[in-house]
Design a binder for this molecule. Sequence first.
Ligand SMILES: Nc1nc2c(c(=O)[nH]1)N[C@H]1C(S)=C(S)[C@@H](COP(=O)(O)O)O[C@H]1N2
Ligand SMILES: [Mo]
Length: 527
Amino acid sequence: MLAMGRLTALLPKTRTLAYALTGVLAAIGGIAAAHLVAGLINPAASPVLAVGSVVIDATPTPVKEYAVARFGTADKPILLATVTLVTLLAAAVAGALSRRRIWLGVGFIALLTALATVAAVMRPVATLSDAIPGIVSAAVGLAILLGLRHILTRREPVTTSGEDGHELPATAYPTSHDGRRQFLIGAAAVTVGAAGAAAFGQKLSSSDSVPQVVLPAPADTAAAFPPGIEREVPGITPLRTSNTAFYRVDTNLTIPRVRADGWRLEVDGLVDRPMTLTYPELMALPMIERDITLTCVSNEVGGGYVGGARWQGIRLADLLDRVGVQAGSDQLLSTAVDGFTIGTPMDVVRDGRDAMMAVGMNGQPLPASHGFPARLVTPGLYGFVSATKWLARLTATTYAKDVSYWTERDWATDAPIKMSARVDTPRPLSTIKAGMTAIGGVAWAQRIGIAVVEVSIDGGPWQKTRLGPDVGLDYWRQWYLPWKATPGRHAIAVRATDRKDARQLSRRAKPFPSGSSGIQEVVVFVE
Ligand SMILES: Nc1nc2c(c(=O)[nH]1)N[C@H]1C(S)=C(S)[C@@H](COP(=O)(O)O)O[C@H]1N2
Ligand SMILES: [Mo]
């Protein structure tokens, strides 16, 4: 207990700090307890996340753009860390002030938790139960504040400071040593409890649930899925991306949990017969099954925001024929349950490609993270103009009338996926052993199909690689080239050509506003 004795000896001089700490611990404990409860009820109602969402919505577009440009995908963690930090700083100030005026501490915790509760309840898809985490945070926060304060004041009677604010030495209080120990034990208990609660809550909220529904057999099935060459070429991306390995991109801080019962799909706008579908009604419609490679416009050359899966769902063109789209509608606006929107060109959706409202992914109901109960999948277009998850509404409209979420932020209105080839193995900047190996990866040219993939080593001639199985023109293609690696540093470049004989763009472009382009070049070391 020597360390504890030393620690406690520090406390008397830093009594204001101890009070600040009660505020911080109250905030941490309240936030953590609420995060745990939110994990059980609705992850999006967790105080920091709810406040974070309000901050996102209230942030002017230029600031948002700056944040995305400056921090990229780290923008969300940075936002949440900032919300937490500001809260804890304010809590520290309130705690310190509460030393003399208890109501300042109590009032602050009440105000803070009230804000978090309001933020949770005001979200577009909130229910009343979303107030529960905020209320829990108030109860736990206040209990911690008052509990720790109780321990502190026991060794600091009202007479501690005289009229002049002068403090008596701590040794004047026989119980002070015990009090300090108790305070430290209490603080440690709150910290450990909060860490446990937060971690468990996080586990609950980030687990990707596969909803318990049974998919009907599709009427129009895809051809048997061929085995990929990932067994023969170690390190190459599997031909089919599993649901758990599939990239996830969306604006949501937590995965929306939509229940099948109660869910409705509205089909409206410039249509002759507007329609509302329940989940069972949707599942009763004839379904198709297609192998499609999805790509995110934010994917850099060589990046991982791309994946291939077998999708099952209702052909969009069939659904639109049922409602009768009126002449003049050039945009299909799709709205998610949280109000997020995507605009897809109406002629693209109806040009014969199998754009679909998917309910299944690789033989399973859509996982929550990939859009349960229903999402759009449009072959050939980047996800931000074609792949709305957690679908709630389809509106036939015009580009003149409605502007979708990303288009409003200056991204393209229509964005076909650019052909690209990626090296999976050897890994960039890795060191491999000399001798026979393989260079391999994937290439995609949705809507047209890959014809040729070529590799150039150290600026040498372009060599044709061998292609993996053909899964259709909307699906990516594996490729590989046996290679006798010689010691030294090597640069490997890869480029693709499609079945219309067009070559991949070599001009380098950033993702904004309509997708990256350029030739990937990978450097490896051989020893
Ligand atoms: N509701 C909703 N749907 C969305 C998005 C989103 O932010 N919200 N992002 C889109 C983008 S940018 C892409 S690339 C795809 C990604 O789908 P995935 O997460 O299933 O891979 O979803 C699209 N659908
Ligand atoms: Mo995307």
